[in-house]
Design a protein around this ligand. Structure first.
Ligand code: PEP
Ligand code: CO
Length: 441
């Protein structure tokens, strides 16, 4: 590890305080004996694909819920999310003329950073809700007390989600010839569906032409891969699933392919960065307008000391109104330091706002604008935007406003289900994919 890390133990921010230390220790021991959720060769395969994206040969699509809840490990939620990601990736592959690396924000995205450790309502103060891996959202002392048993439940729910995802993919769900499987009923008659079906028809036509010429590598065309990612926030959980791997000289976090460090924990001297520096996974880090040049330089030095393509992804989340002023400084700092990072645009977290009645939302136009500006800024600086990071769902929700259907603030009451951040619904996500293709042109 870098000699610039401090001698005092690094501070772990955003960690729950468990009242029962013994129960926590028992649970962590149990977790450490359970089998991994993913393998090191899958992780290394993703790292190579990210390196390809750094070189401009692939595009990364990272998306899913802001926070998964345990109740979301259902067939319909899992398939709905996969359908949206499949539809978006098809549009991107066709429009960008590049293979797309699909990375879900799922199978482990159960922890949320919070701006305050506690919440007060009507004179009562309780611990903040930190995601289903820690406690429950209801405002009662029982629900809000951090429960180590939830670490195990998170592991099992992640395992179930991943198992069903793998079964769907292996069973041909992601085969292009089965594209009708990805239809979501409520998206069928939308303004986007004509453009989308036109793309599907063209790709199927092109593929059938290729298949008549050769039947080699047919499976490669048909088998879409999904990788997983989550914010590596609760360090005890991440560490319990970090394992040494035969013939590899560094340990791997085998709970997910791509762990990321959020904005609130990206302190270069903090425990999250110190942990990430020790593992062999590709790492993603969120950066914002508030990320200083010095912080960025230290992050690069600690997390990518070997300047290895594929190792580090920087996910910029500035907001449509700030990206122009702040992204160039961030990009130039990285360039000057000589690190081959993958640049990804999180067009969600800098664009959160509240309506007049206090509902958290995001405007479709701001999301699309941040992506468009990011493409342009990277290009002007001689580089390229290599991916997007989005919060979306396959459910018919009304959480973000705008889009072709013109959802207004009043529509938000119809189907607002997120307990945390507002997500794009499937229709808005597909529209955004078309906009991404337009922006990249
Ligand atoms: C998130 O990705 O849900 C999140 C909390 O992001 P950030 O760390 O960028 O605020
Ligand atoms: Co979020």
């Amino acid at each position: 590890m870098s000699e610039t890390l401090p001698a005092t133990p690094p501070v772990a921010r955003q960690q729950p305080t468990y009242p029962d230390a013994e129960a926590l220790a028992r649970t962590l021991h149990q977790l450490s004996t359970l089998p991994p959720l993913v393998t090191s060769w899958e992780i290394l395969r993703l790292k190579r694909q990210i390196a390809d994206a750094v070189a401009g040969r692939r595009f990364l699509l990272q998306g899913g819920d802001c926070a998964e809840s345990f109740g979301d490990a259902t067939a319909s939620v899992i398939t709905g999310r996969l359908k949206v990601l499949m539809q978006m990736s098809l549009v991107l592959i066709y429009g960008l003329r590049k293979p797309v690396v699909r990375v879900g924000r799922f199978a482990g995205q159960y922890a949320k950073p919070r701006s305050s450790d506690s919440e007060t309502r009507g004179g009562v103060t309780l611990p903040a809700y930190r995601g289903d891996i820690v406690n429950a959202a209801a405002f009662t002392p029982e629900a809000r007390t951090p429960d180590p048993g939830r670490l195990l439940r998170a592991y099992y729910k992640a395992g179930l989600t991943l198992n069903f995802t793998r079964a769907l993919v292996d069973g041909g769900f992601a085969d292009l010839n089965n594209a009708e499987n990805w239809e979501l009923d409520f998206v069928r008659d939308t303004p986007m569906s004509e453009a989308y079906h036109d793309i599907v028809a063209r790709i199927q036509d092109a593929l059938s032409f290729v298949f008549t010429l050769t039947d080699e590598h047919v499976d490669d065309f048909r088998r879409a891969e999904f990788f997983t990612s989550h914010e590596a926030l609760i360090l005890a959980y991440e560490q319990a699933l970090t394992r040494t791997v035969r013939n590899l000289d560094v340990p791997f976090n085998l709970s997910t392919h791509l762990p990321w460090i959020g904005l609130r924990t990206h302190d270069p001297d903090g425990a999250h960065v110190a942990y990430a520096a020790t593992i062999g996974n590709p790492i993603a880090v969120k950066v914002g307008h508030e990320t200083s040049t010095e912080t960025l330089r230290l992050l690069l030095r600690h997390l990518d000391p070997d300047r290895e393509p594929g190792r580090l992804t920087l996910i910029a989340r500035m907001g449509a109104s700030r990206v122009e002023d702040h992204l160039p400084r961030i990009v130039e700092t990285v360039r000057a330091a000589g690190h081959p990072v993958l640049w990804v645009c999180d067009a969600m977290h800098g664009n959160t706002e509240s309506t007049a009645t206090g509902v958290k939302t995001r405007r479709f136009e701001n999301i699309a604008s941040e992506v468009e500006q990011s493409f342009r800024i990277h290009k002007a600086l001689g580089g390229h935007l290599g991916g997007v990071h989005l919060e979306l769902t396959g459910e018919d929700v009304t959480e973000c406003t705008g889009g072709a259907r013109g959802l207004s603030d009043d529509d938000l009451t119809r189907a607002y289900r997120s307990t945390v951040d507002p997500r794009l619904n499937a229709e808005q996500a597909l529209e955004l994919a078309l906009r991404i293709v337009g922006s990249a042109a």
